[in-house]
Design a protein around this ligand. Structure first.
Ligand SMILES: [Zn+2]
Length: 260
């Protein structure tokens, strides 16, 4: 080993630096509160090494080597579940999904309300002017999913909340990135919390949207995903494990807003 390399591995890890260990590239996150090393595989299959402050690269490398089998297994799983989301073209006949059904896009020359996408006679209608401006067209399609999804999901809250014996939260449908849903408790003990659902969710069949609604409602009572969370969800939805697996499989094929 050269003196230079030896010097490098005895230096403390720097926040944000990149570490390569036996062909694995890791982003380094240093935290003063952390006592031990830890590894995470991110949703884009990137690797992060969480390190306590002031620890040398040599220790980090030993840690990564000791956990190599775990990392390789995790990476393989991540690769299998990476999104396979094709981009959409803004042309007549392009297929969009809503609650498991398919609807074809109609690009029209004259549209009275040209700023909005609308569902008319089984077709998603968009003005030509809009279809030629991809950013605006995307925003208009997302806006349509948000409005349609909100109208549908608001009616699903009450029956599921009643079945679980939890208070009905506020609801919004918005862009949550790759997340299907999120629950945030209210500010006060008495105020309702807020459930947010990601607009791409509404492409999926109703029973999978229901799974996400029930899942987020279970968080009204139980934060996190420990055994008591799954017990509560299982009481309301005994087939939750099958639905969750189906959501993982079908979900990665959904459109996430990319325009070709
Ligand atoms: Zn959850």
């Amino acid at each position: 080993m050269t003196a230079l390399a030896d010097d490098r591995i005895s230096q403390a890890l720097a926040e944000g630096s990149l570490l390569t260990v036996d062909g694995l590239d890791l982003r380094v996150k240093v935290s003063g509160r952390r006592k031990r090393f830890a590894l995470t595989v991110e949703s884009d299959a990137g690797l992060t090494l969480h390190a306590p402050a002031g620890r040398p690269a040599r220790e980090a490398e030993e840690f990564v080597r000791a956990h190599r089998t775990w990392v390789v297994t995790k990476l393989a799983v991540r690769e299998r579940t990476l999104p396979l989301t094709p981009a959409k073209r803004l042309v007549d006949g392009e297929v969009f999904r809503y609650l498991g059904r398919t609807y074809r896009l109609a690009v029209v020359d004259d549209e009275a309300d040209g700023s909005r996408v609308r569902l008319i006679a089984g077709r998603l209608v968009m003005s030509r002017e809009q279809a030629e401006a991809p950013d605006r067209a995307r925003a208009a399609l997302v806006d349509w999913y948000c409005r349609a999804g909100q109208n549908w999901a608001v009616g699903r809250l009450q029956p599921w909340a009643a079945r679980m014996g939890v208070a009905e939260p506020e609801l919004d449908v918005c862009d949550l990135g790759r997340r299907w849903g999120r629950y945030r408790p209210g500010q006060s003990e008495y105020g309702p919390g807020r459930m947010s659902l990601g607009w791409p969710l509404f492409q999926l069949p109703m029973h999978l949207v229901d799974y996400v609604v029930a899942h987020e409602l279970a968080h009204v009572r139980v934060p996190g995903h420990r055994a008591d969370f799954w017990r509560l969800l299982g009481q309301a939805l005994p087939e939750y494990a099958e639905r969750r697996a189906e959501l993982d499989e079908l979900g990665r094929r959904m459109w996430m807003g990319e325009i070709a």
